[in-house]
Design a binder for this molecule. Structure first.
Ligand code: 5GP
Ligand code: ZN
Length: 115
């Protein structure tokens, strides 16, 4: 837990969110500023600043995050039409919260390339 990290506070239930899915390792909740009709964030409960900071010890955790996306997408009703999963990393990636998170975006067609 990093004291000044908003996502650590969410993971610790210090800041309440509408929990879409939660287990021992991760939590999924709606983005406060959605850019799609369905916009969820999936975070590990462990503080990892970004994907570059993940260590070999985190490999199982990263696998759990990825492997749980289908379950979260199913809960959100996104499996039929599809969705996009995004990890923003540091400045050029557009990362604004420095606790690793996956965006799950759905409910509309996503254009490519992204902006
Ligand atoms: P990033 O730009 O770092 O990839 O994504 C951070 C995301 O976190 C943004 O989409 C932003 O709207 C969202 N966000 C920032 N603060 C909060 C918060 O307190 N609660 C929730 N639910 N989302 C947040
Ligand atoms: Zn954190």
């Amino acid at each position: 837990m990093q004291q000044d990290c908003i996502f650590c506070k969410i993971a610790a239930n210090d800041i309440p969110v509408n929990v879409i899915y939660e287990d021992e390792y991760l939590i999924a909740f709606p983005d406060i500023n959605p850019v799609a009709p369905i916009h969820l964030l999936v975070i590990p409960k462990k503080h990892i600043a970004n994907i570059l900071e993940a260590t070999p010890e985190d490999t199982t955790l990263l696998g759990r995050l990825m492997a749980t996306i289908p379950k979260i997408a199913a809960i959100a009703g996104l499996t039929e039409d599809g969705f996009r999963t995004v990890i923003n990393t540091k400045d050029n990636g557009g990362q604004t919260v420095h606790h690793l998170h996956f965006h799950i975006l759905g409910g509309r067609f996503m254009t490519w390339p992204p902006g």
